[in-house]
Structure formats: C-alpha cells, structure tokens
Design a protein. Structure first.
Length: 681
C-alpha cells in the first residue's frame, strides 16, 4: 500500500545481508531466501500431442537482470526426457496443436511484439506468421487445418471534442487534457483503456494477411471454437445495447466466416462462455449459469446439438464450479476440471452427466501465494497431462493414462532440493459460530521443535471468492524460513466448499468469516507451541479487507500488515475498475441509497478501535483496490495516533508479484514490520 515517507523499494533490496559469522551464513543458505525467488520455475499451458506420445508446455522462469517472468516452449517425452523447442528471454505462451499434430501455433514477443508463431515438427523450426499491431489471443485452428482464428483489440480512435486555438508553431504548451466519457475507462493491469473493441480475425495457417470478421462496438473474445465443417466460429460475447449495465450477461454466437453473419445460439439471463465443439461437429459444450445477482454463483456445464438442440445441464448435482472443459476424441466424452476443498479435480463424463474421477491433485500455478487452480490437456487416446499441486514445489507436469501415473518434470529440484523448506500440514477445525468445519494449513518453520514457543502469522487469502490449497507458495515459505509458524485457511466465502458456503458472505462481508479466522488461530494455539504474545496477521485484497477488519475488532495481534485492501466500500465502488459489477453483485444497491449497509461492512467504520501497529502495502497502479483506499486508512490511523507506515509499490497493479522483485519487497516489508513489533505491548 503506502508509506508517507515513500519508501524506496530498490534501495531496500540493494542492501546486502550481513551475517555475524560463517555458520550463520551457511545456516541461512539452507533455508529459502528472498533472492531465491529468481530461481523458481513452473510448468503451465500443457498441450499433449494428439497421439499422446509427448507434451509441449510453457516453462516459466524469472530473469534477475530484467526482473521479469519469461517462458519458453519445452517438449517432454512421456518417459520424462526434456528438450527445449524455443529459448531466449521471451514470453512464449498459448501453444495449440494443429488438427494433424504436425504444427504448433503459439503467441510470442520474440519478434519484437506479440505475434502468432508456428513451430513445425518436421524441421524443428519456428517463425512468426503475422505482423499484427495488437496482441492476439484465443488462437483456434479450423478442423481442416487451413485457418487460425484469433481475437485482438482493435482501436477505434475518436477526436477530442475540444482543440485549443492560438498555439504558435514551435510553442511548448502543456500536454493536452484527456477527455473520458466511456463506461469502463481503466482496467487493473492495463491502465487507462484506449478507444476500441476486441474483434475476431482469421489468418491462413500458412501465414498471410489477417482478415477482420467482426466490426460491431462490442468485445468479441475469449475461447473461439469452430464448427465441424470449418465454416463457422462459435464465440461468447455480450452484444446487448445495455451490456455495461449487464456486465456478465453474455451469450454464445455463431459467426459465418464467409458472409460475416452472426447467429445467436443461447438466450438467457446469465453468462454463457468457453464454447467447445465436439470433434464430430455435432455438439457444443459450454460453461454458464442462470444469474441471480449473487456475489458467487457456480459455473455449470451445458451441452446441446449445434444445429439447434435444447441445452442440457450435465452438472446439476455437482456443488462445485466447473473451470475448464475439453472434448474426448469419441465426441461422447467431456473432460472437466473443478476445485473441491482446495484441490483441483479432473473428471470425465458422458453426455448424461455420469462422471468418473481421474485426478484430485491438480494445481500449483500460483507460486507466490497458495491459491488453487491448474491446467490439463487430454490426447486422443485419453492420456491426461496436468499441472501438479505439491506443497514444496511450484507446478510440475503429471501424466495419467489408465492406471499409469508418472511425474514428468521436476523443474525445481536443482534450486530447492538442498533447501530446508516448511512442512505443510492440513487441518480442519470447527467454527464457533455455527459448527461448520473449516479447512486450513499450517506451515512449520525449518527445524521446528514442538517443545519451543513460536510466533504465528495468520495469512488471509483474497477474492473473497477464491480458495487456498496445500500447494507451494513462495511467500508462505519465506515467512516460515524466518522462524514463523504460518496459518492460512479457507473461511466461509471461500470457493470449493459448495455454493452455499461461498454465498454466506453475500451482502454480508466481512462477518462470520472473521470468526472462522479467529477460531483457526485458537486451533493452532491449542497445539501448545505458539507464543500468544507474538501473533501477527496479514492478507492481500480480500485478505487485506479482513486484516483491517480484524484489527478493528480485536487487539490480540502484536502487529498487522494490510495489503491492497478495501477500507471504505462507498469509495471503493466509485473508484474501482469494475464498478458496474461490484455495485450490482456485491451490494443491495447504490451506495447513496444504502449508506448504512456500505459503512457497516467498511473497516474504516471501526478504525477508532484500532490499537495494533498496522502497516499498509499497495501498488500505485492498482485499479482494482485503488491506493486511495490505503491512503484513507493510513491517514485515519495517523489521526488516531496508531503506529503505522505505508509502502507504495511503484507501477505495480493489483497483482504485485508479477515482477519478482516486487514479490521480494512485499515479503521483506511484511517481515520487517513484524520484526519491528515482535510482541504485543
């Protein structure tokens, strides 16, 4: 968040660590250190070859000189043999196989900007086939292999309504004022939005000039799927005249490639997205739900005949949200993933909805904090490749084929095998509010001795409708390496425990999720190795909200770090990038009509109770929970004579850890604050 004295992150990180003696230095080298973040790698975007013989994936790594995350394409044989397909300091991503498996399309910046590239199996060469002015996404091969469809932001510039007269030639006037009248005018991670829309394009698979297929003033993007005859593209969009007032009410459409005619395939209130057409071209499957204007609603799986059949709901009896889908080669099987109790599951199901569980340990893609979420790919022969969730490593690749299971990669053994990492223990405990069972995890510091007393950090996830998992998290490991026991849990409101559990905080956040968190702290204290005078709490985004709520409702913690929070719901919905969504789905109405409700759940309303030393930390380019929220709380704490500080991360959006050094800085400042306030006064 911020600091009134404007702390300089670069200077703080440039100071070398000084050890008292050689033995202390050796001991530190055995545990995870801040600079070790640059040694981490993880696998993503697995694309198993249609034959099931091998898999291409993105091998992500951190470059210490550029302070960036990059990724190259690698090939892993299903016996575990690894070899690179591309290299260099570039970001290669979104690989997708041609129908015949002879060519791989992917997006890369290796030619100077984001372009579509091809890799040819026979020659082992790769090259760009486009000269686009924007960044392509959603690549999709036509079934006949002749075309690649994609979407791309297409500018539609407009002249400002005012131009100032009288400027002499060569005069050095101020930069012209910016005129904004669009609904969504800035986006977290993207800055102030230019004029224009995302449109669908088509390019020959052999390269050539892209042809724009959509032109209307709507965003056309996401997953693109082809009809079996390669004549139509199925896509999702919100093409309503009042699309901004109905931000999630999308439909599926069919676009005739030759004529440009667009036909509506679905028609209901609620999102319809992620279309996937069966290999025989007969069926389309997709994700969606009937919108009841709740803060959390389950994504369900539907299927219908593409020529106009009636939609069939396949997951009515499943109380977990479907994340992604893929058709099997027989056009009668659908593979789907969902999260249950923080774990990623992949199942196969027939067109009657009967499911067979295949794996229950998918995840590992969030290497900074222990969020759930993973990716999978299925070959024509049913070979399943997925990202593996594991407590002491970021994502590797796993193979599942019948009864055969094999770990294909071990990308971090060179960097982490010699380190003493935190042991992760799963716990369940009872909420004192209503007896619900709450899941959590304890990270034990290296060399843990249960006869000793340790300080505790309660680390809270964001969202709030997300979930933590027992997977690797650099931030958790770095905290534990400094001698802290770390507790992280999934209180009510978290996903992967059923729709009702998540909806308990609808128009009721924060509330009894606070009780769930305090009960988790009590459950760890009851184990007998926690010093109750050395309790600390931190969390980001929704976790920042709850951290600020906690210090306004209890003084049991020695210190707190509130990261990228919402402090005042009234000001938040009027400054956040998705303000049309938040006012509609998170609150009973507009703030000026519901002042009491907004302020009842705002941490700023309880700042007068705070006595806990509390630091704030937020990115200066955060448009999801704008830094003005942190500034309010910082100044309120100052006015109330509470010890506080504010850390502002320059140019960082809501996802602070997108730059590795920012991840380091975030953890370093959190630990600094805790070390400055080790015990409750």
């Amino acid at each position: 968040m911020k600091q009134l004295s404007y702390l300089l992150l670069g200077l703080a990180l440039a100071v070398p660590t000084v050890y008292a003696d050689e033995s202390e230095s050796k001991q530190a080298s055995k545990t995870l250190q801040l600079e070790d973040v640059f040694q981490l790698e993880y696998a993503s975007d697995p694309q198993v070859h249609p034959t099931g013989e091998y898999t291409v994936f993105v091998r992500n790594y951190m470059d210490i000189m550029e302070d960036r995350r990059y990724g190259n394409l690698w090939k892993v044989e299903h016996n575990g043999t690894l070899r690179p397909l591309t290299g260099g300091m570039h970001q290669d991503h979104s690989p997708i196989w041609s129908p015949d498996g002879k060519t791989l399309a992917f997006v890369s910046n290796r030619s100077g900007s984001q372009q579509i590239h091809l890799y040819w199996n026979d020659t082992r060469e790769h090259a760009p086939i486009t000269r686009l002015t924007g960044s392509p996404s959603g690549l999709s091969w036509s079934p006949n292999g002749r075309w690649i469809a994609f979407s791309m932001f297409t500018p539609k510039p407009s002249k400002p309504p005012v131009s100032l007269p009288g400027q002499p030639k060569g005069a050095n006037w101020a930069e012209p004022a910016k005129y904004i009248d669009k609904d969504t005018y800035r986006v977290d991670g993207g800055g102030y939005a230019p004029e224009g829309y995302r449109q669908i394009y088509l390019i020959p698979a052999s390269g050539g000039t892209p042809r724009q297929l959509t032109f209307d003033d709507y965003n056309h993007g996401g997953t693109l799927a082809w009809s079996g005859d390669s004549k139509k593209i199925i896509f999702s969009a919100n093409r309503r005249d009042d699309a901004w007032q109905q931000p999630i009410n999308s439909e599926l459409y069919s676009l005739n490639v030759e004529s440009g005619e667009i036909q509506t395939l679905t028609d209901r209130v609620g999102p319809d997205s992620s279309p996937a057409v069966s290999p025989d071209g007969r069926f389309v499957a997709w994700l969606g739900y009937d919108d009841k204007e709740l803060s959390y609603q389950l994504n369900q799986l539907y299927v219908m005949e593409l020529d106009g059949g009636k939609p069939q709901l396949l997951t009515e009896d499943l109380d977990y949200a479907i994340d992604s889908i893929q058709w099997g080669a027989n056009s009668r099987t659908i593979y789907a993933s969902y999260e249950k109790h923080g774990n990623g599951h992949v199942v196969s199901m027939n067109l009657s909805g009967r499911r067979t569980e295949l794996v229950a340990n998918m995840g590992g893609l969030s290497y900074s904090r222990p969020y759930s979420g993973g990716a999978f790919s299925v070959a024509d022969d049913g070979t399943l490749i997925y990202t593996l969730a594991q407590p002491q490593r970021p994502a590797d690749l796993m193979l599942k084929s019948g009864n055969r299971e094999r770990k294909l990669t071990s990308l971090n053994d060179d960097a982490l095998a010699h380190k003493e990492l935190a042991r992760i223990e799963e716990i369940w405990y009872e909420s004192s509010h209503d007896g619900k069972q709450i899941q959590g995890w304890i990270a034990y510091p290296p060399g843990f001795d249960e006869t000793k007393k340790y300080p505790l950090i309660l680390e809270i996830h964001g969202g709030p409708h997300t979930a933590y998992a027992g997977s690797f998290a650099a931030e958790i490991q770095l905290m534990a390496a400094k001698g802290y026991v770390v507790l992280y849990t999934n209180p009510r409101g978290s996903t992967s425990y059923g729709e009702a559990f998540a909806q308990e905080i609808h128009h009721n956040y924060p509330s009894h999720d606070y009780t769930d968190l305090m009960d988790g702290v009590d459950a760890v204290i009851a184990k007998g190795f926690i010093d109750e005078n050395r309790l600390h709490v931190t969390g980001g985004s929704g976790g920042g909200v709850l951290t600020a709520w906690i210090v306004g409702h209890t003084d049991r913690f020695a210190s707190a770090v509130v990261a990228k929070p919402v402090i005042n719901w009234y000001s938040f919905v009027l400054t956040a990038d998705m303000y049309n969504y938040f006012t509609k789905y998170w609150f009973p109405g507009m703030p000026w009509d519901n002042l009491e409700h907004y302020m009842k759940f705002s941490p700023i309303s309880y700042v007068g109770n705070v006595t806990t030393p509390t630091m704030l930390l937020t990115g200066e380019a955060d448009y999801r929970t704008p830094i003005s929220e942190s500034e309010q709380y910082y100044q309120a704490l100052k006015l109330n004579n509470v010890e506080t500080a504010m850390v502002r991360v320059p140019d960082a959006p809501h996802g602070i850890y997108s730059r590795p050094s920012n991840l380091m800085a975030k953890v370093a400042y959190i630990l600094h604050w805790f070390e400055q306030h080790p015990e409750k006064k």
